[in-house]
Design a protein around this ligand. Structure first.
Ligand SMILES: [Cu+2]
Length: 444
């Protein structure tokens, strides 16, 4: 490979990163390739518009990292740093992420590309990046202490390798992982097949499942929690702040799902039998596609699902019921069936504003929150929120809606509003008498 000064100039697509003016030094990589190692990594941060999406893939609530071409190599620059993040209106926290967001920007490239990724550490402790699922030289694998020295605060490292596969993959730190991942450090790494898709995709969505222990009233995720998380997120957002997925009837839709949380998540889509078409090994041969309505995405796994869109408003969520809800005390006593009359007045003497709830279920929580007479701690989301066309949706975590419309223009991701059901196609009330009808019932 011939390296000249001229072909190290910025390619046409290079706009985000500010080029270092220094003459690049030449170095040998592990495979014996001569590669340019800029004496200085691009350092000036460019601020991009928050609405930037810029990829083939639609990262829910996220964005794709612009790259620059440098002598045929795709260059990216990740910055590990603290970010002020909003999980949903009413809940913000100081998280850690990359380039101003959690998750960090999605890296998109094509099978066969050579990529060079600069990583600058603006945290107060050392970090690394592991390219999860990628086939690469051992020294590029990003495991702190094992395959490389850690990237100390203020330092920039460079990773460089060739993409020898396609599929949905991820990146995350492999240094003080328990803390760095618990605070939101992660991102998607999507490699498109060189030969194109065997079946064309009209809409290509992607997100990472995660969890945060943002205890009520606090503003920094607690890294010590292993299971009882407060916020269960798609791309670090909770319902109703998770973007709606939109499609036109008949379009082929893919949803790429990665899991960097501490639980497995049975991801469930209403309205269709989707096909599981890919995993960590990329898109599978068609004979291996299988129809499901729920697919478990295990910790550390990737799954791609595809389907042909049918009109309607379809719930899309994790099937672990607690994961679709917002923050809750996991140690609350069970008040189901408990007659609390008389108790409320007594407790109010000690705890002004105390409200007895839960005898008939938890549904009343949302009414109390919505009517404004029950206030939680500051910076804390309600457990169940969201208004649908027929009432409260009572969700708050890993839940969003797939909206499919006959008239949605191709490439238009704007929310079309609620579905207008054809006449006579909505479940309806036929009686208000609890003793209505004569249904067969089993006797004890
Ligand atoms: Cu779940």
């Amino acid at each position: 490979m011939n390296i000249t000064r001229r072909n190290l100039m910025l390619g046409a697509g290079g706009s985000l990163l500010t080029a270092a003016s220094a003459t690049p030094a030449l170095a040998q990589d592990h495979s014996g390739h001569t590669m340019p190692t800029p004496a200085k990594a691009p350092t000036k941060a460019s601020v991009v518009d928050a609405s930037l999406r810029n990829g083939k893939v639609r990262t829910l609530n996220g964005w794709t990292m612009p790259h620059r071409m440098n002598a045929g190599v795709k260059e990216f620059h990740l910055v590990a740093e603290a970010v002020e993040h909003e999980f949903a209106p009413g809940s913000t926290a100081t998280c850690w992420g990359y380039n101003g967001s959690t998750p960090g920007p999605t890296i998109e490239a094509v099978e066969g590309d050579r990529v060079r990724i600069f990583v600058t550490n603006k945290l107060g402790e050392a970090t690394t990046i592991h390219w999860h699922g990628l086939l690469l030289p051992s020294g590029m694998d990003g495991v702190g202490g094992l395959t490389q020295p850690k990237i100390q605060p203020g330092e920039t490292f460079v990773y460089e390798f060739e993409l020898r596969q396609h599929g949905t993959h991820m990146y995350h730190p492999h240094a003080d992982e328990m803390v760095q991942m618990a605070l939101g450090m992660m991102g998607l790494f999507i490699i498109h097949p060189k030969a194109g898709e065997t079946l064309a995709i009209d809409r290509d969505y992607a997100f990472i499942l995660h969890n945060f222990a943002l205890h009520p009233g606090t503003s920094r995720p607690d890294p010590a929690v292993l299971q009882d998380f407060d916020l269960w997120t798609f791309n670090s957002k909770v319902f109703p702040a998770i973007e709606t997925l939109v499609a036109r009837s008949g379009e082929r839709v893919r949803i790429r799902i990665g899991n960097l949380s501490m639980w497995n998540h049975p991801i469930h889509l209403h309205g269709v039998q989707f096909e599981v078409t890919g995993g960590d090994g990329g898109r599978r041969p068609r004979a291996q596609w299988r129809k499901e309505v729920t697919e478990i995405v295990g910790v550390g796994q990737m799954r791609d699902i595809e389907f042909t869109a049918v009109p309607g408003d379809w719930a899309f969520h994790c099937h672990m019921a607690h994961h679709t809800m917002g923050p809750m005390g996991h140690d609350v006593p069970n008040t189901l069936g408990v007659d609390q009359s008389g108790i409320e007045d007594k407790l109010r003497g000690m705890l002004p504003g105390y409200m007895a709830m839960g005898k008939h279920g938890m549904s009343e929580h949302q009414n109390h929150i919505d009517s404004g007479h029950m206030q939680g701690p500051p910076n804390t989301l309600a457990m169940m929120v969201g208004k649908g066309p027929f009432g409260n949706i009572e969700m708050g975590g890993m839940f969003t809606v797939l909206k499919v419309r006959d008239e949605q223009p191709a490439g238009d991701y704007s929310d079309p509003g609620w579905y207008e059901h054809p006449d006579g196609s909505v479940a309806r009330r036929v009686s208000t008498d609890p003793d209505f009808g004569n249904p067969p019932r089993r006797k004890a």
